[in-house]
Design a protein around this ligand. Structure first.
Ligand code: MTE
Length: 330
C-alpha cells in the first residue's frame, strides 16, 4: 500500500511542487542536515540533544499563539472561516475534561517543551525525534480545511503544517508495514483531571496509503500561530475527509504495524465509531443523522448545511476506498 521508492527518502509529492523554490531549497538543506545527523548520531543521541545547525531560531517557537513562519498552500477552501475564538474554546480533548469548554480552561498544564516523538514498530530504524527538528523538517504550509466532528458540527480552520507523508517517508516503514498508529501523551501530572473509564493513552490510526495521501496533515499551528494546547500542541494530525476523532492530538509516538491498530473510540463503542470514520452523509450515526452538520462560523446563528461525501474531498481520496462497502467499513 505504501507507495515509495525503495531505499529513497524522497516523498511521493515533492515540496518543490507546492512551495516557492527558495523556501523549498532552504528546507531541503535543513532536511539533509537532519538526515545526516540522524544517520550519524543514532537513536540515543537523537533523543538526548538537538541537532546542531538544524534549528532556525525564527521557527523554533513553542508558546501557543507565537507566529509561525509559513508558506501559502494550494490546499484551501473558499468558505467563511471559523473565528479563532470559537475553534480554540469549543474542543474535544478528553484528557483535559469532557465538556467542550474544559480543554481551553485546563490544558495550560500541558508542557510542550521539551517534547520528543518516538518512531517505533516496522521501520528501518526505530528512533526518537525532537519536536523542533520535526517542526523545521519541511516548510510549514497554511492549509484551510473543513473540520467535521462525528457529533455533526463543523468548522473551517486554517491549519499550519506539512503533509504527514513527508514524515512517514523519513521514518522509512518496512514494506510489511500496513498501518500507522498515533499515540497521544498521557501524564496524570499534566492531566490532573484525566477522566476514568478510558483506556489511555488516546490512540488513533490509519492505513498507510491513507496516511500517505498528501491531504493528511501533520499540524503544528493554526491561524498562522503555534497550536494552543487545547488544540493538540505541539503536534497533531488533521485528516480533513474523516470525522474529527481521527485527528490525534499531542502525539508522542508513531507506531508502524501490519495489523489494524486499536483506536480509542472504536474500542469504546465499535457500533458507533469505526476504524475508517470517513465523513459519509449516507451512513448515520446510530443516534443521529450524518446527512447535515451545524457549521460553526462567525455568524453567531446556528445554521445547518448538507454534509458532503468525504467532507468535500472525494476527488482526492475516494479512490483509496474503491471496491469497499463503506456502509460496512464506516
Ligand atoms: N486527541 C486526543 N488526544 N484526545 C481527544 O479527546 N478528541 C478528538 C480529536 N483528537 C481527542 C483527540 C475529537 S473527538 C475531535 S472532534 C478532535 O480532536 C477535535 O479537535 P479540535 O478540538 O481541535 O476541534
Amino acid at each position: 500500500m505504501l507507495i515509495r521508492k525503495s531505499g529513497s527518502l524522497e516523498s511521493t509529492i515533492r515540496s518543490s511542487e507546492i512551495t516557492p523554490e527558495a523556501a523549498f531549497q532552504q528546507h531541503n538543506q535543513a532536511r539533509r542536515r537532519f538526515l545526516a545527523g540522524a544517520a550519524t548520531l543514532g537513536v540515543g543521541a537523537l533523543a538526548a540533544r538537538y541537532l546542531p545547525g538544524l534549528i532556525d531560531p525564527t521557527t523554533t517557537v513553542h508558546a501557543a499563539g507565537t507566529p509561525l513562519k509559513t508558506v501559502p498552500s494550494k490546499y484551501t477552501v473558499n468558505e467563511p472561516q471559523t473565528p479563532e475564538s470559537k475553534s480554540t474554546t469549543y474542543n474535544n480533548f478528553y484528557e483535559f475534561g469532557t465538556d467542550k469548554d474544559e480543554p481551553a480552561k485546563n490544558a495550560h498544564t500541558l508542557r510542550t517543551r521539551p517534547w520528543t516523538v518516538q518512531v517505533t514498530g516496522m521501520v528501518k530504524k526505530p528512533q526518537t525525534v525532537n519536536i523542533d527538528d520535526l517542526l523545521n523538517y519541511r516548510p510549514i504550509e497554511n492549509r484551510v480545511y473543513r473540520h467535521r466532528c462525528v457529533e455533526a458540527w463543523s468548522m473551517v480552520i486554517p491549519w499550519d503544517g506539512y503533509s504527514l507523508s513527508e514524515f512517514i517517508n523519513f521514518c522509512e516503514p518496512l514494506p510489511s508495514a500496513k498501518y500507522v498508529q498515533f499515540v497521544s501523551l498521557v501524564d496524570k501530572k499534566q492531566m490532573p483531571d484525566l477522566p476514568g473509564g478510558y483506556d489511555w493513552p488516546y490512540s488513533e490510526g490509519l492505513r498507510l496509503d491513507e496516511a500517505m495521501n498528501p491531504l493528511a496533515l501533520l499540524a503544528f499551528g493554526m491561524y498562522g500561530n503555534v497550536l494552543p494546547n487545547q488544540n493538540g500542541a505541539p503536534v497533531r494530525v488533521v485528516m480533513p475527509w474523516k470525522y474529527g476523532f481521527k485527528n490525534a492530538k499531542s502525539i508522542v509516538r508513531f507506531h508502524f504495524t501490519d495489523k489494524q491498530p486499536k483506536t480509542t473510540w472504536s474500542e469504546i463503542n465499535s457500533q458507533e465509531y469505526g476504524f475508517y470514520s470517513n465523513v459519509n452523509p449516507s451512513v448515520d450515526h446510530p443516534r443521529w443523522t450524518q446527512a447535515r452538520e451545524r457549521r460553526i462560523d462567525a455568524s453567531g446563528f446556528p445554521h445547518t448545511i448538507p454534509t458532503l461525501p468525504f467532507n468535500g474531498y472525494a476527488d482526492q481520496v475516494a479512490s483509496l476506498y474503491s471496491g469497499m462497502d463503506l456502509k460496512k467499513y464506516y
